[in-house]
Ligand binder design. Sequence first.
Ligand code: SF4
Length: 301
Amino acid sequence: MPEEGVAHVPRKELLTFEEIDRLVGILRKQGIKHVRLTGGEPLVRKGIDELISMLGRHNDLELSMTTNGVLLQRHLGTISENRMRLNVSLDSLDREVYARKTRRDELPSVLKSLQAALECNIPIRLNAVIANSQEQQHVIELAELAKRHRLQVRFIEKMKFDGSTSRQDVHAGMASGSEIRQWLRVAWPELQAKPRQAGATAEMLHAKSWQGSVGVINSRSRTFCSDCNRIRISATGQLRLCLYSRHDTDIRSWLRDNDVSDSEIAHRLARAVLDKPENGFVAESAAASSFVPESMISIGG
Ligand code: SF4
């Protein structure tokens, strides 16, 4: 979360639940298999349970949500009923560090919600953004959770999308995915690499004696672009084909035009997706001239 917060978006600019559901229906027919609600924070949207239930009716879709976990507990029933997986952002188990990083003292309620989610058998991934070697201890403490519980803990290389940094100095001194992997392997030599599935963003490690597994996401090193099959659609209906891109396609205007049919939208989406950058470096370099600091909270992780 940027220090100055994020700009409020007028409600009429947000896609309605009906528009999201229509778009998901079109994308499903185009071969999309997995829809993830992300943010900002999806659970602050009024009536989010209704949207989850609407999406849950697309029986053949995998559903997941990225959340900070603060409001999670009251939504667990709907999440479980609609077979949704959870990606919970949790950078540290130290209450003070957590409060400093997130600007809210909510660690106890997040941990309580996680416990409740585990009891509901909801598949959980914890995502921790790791900045530098001073955070090695957070990595070890979080990985312990995966050793004791049936969940994945994934450590993410910190990227520049914090809304406050400039391109020149942004990556100096930051921990790389291979360093984080090395810390894990030194702490637990029994950890073995799991085969990576096509399109997966994490390189996972597991040991037979562990309940869960740990992984590293090389978001900054971008080692998984070659089979990236993701597209992002913002809350305001802007299609973005790569995290590092600054080029958006306005889908909301198509959805709100009575003369544009579902098949026409499908056709336009198929054409737009052909422009997906070859990798994040290509996208970043194309965006370089128009760079403006932008927070991950507005892009969606
Ligand atoms: S192509 Fe872009 S969105 Fe896909 S993995 Fe690479 S950097 Fe991420």
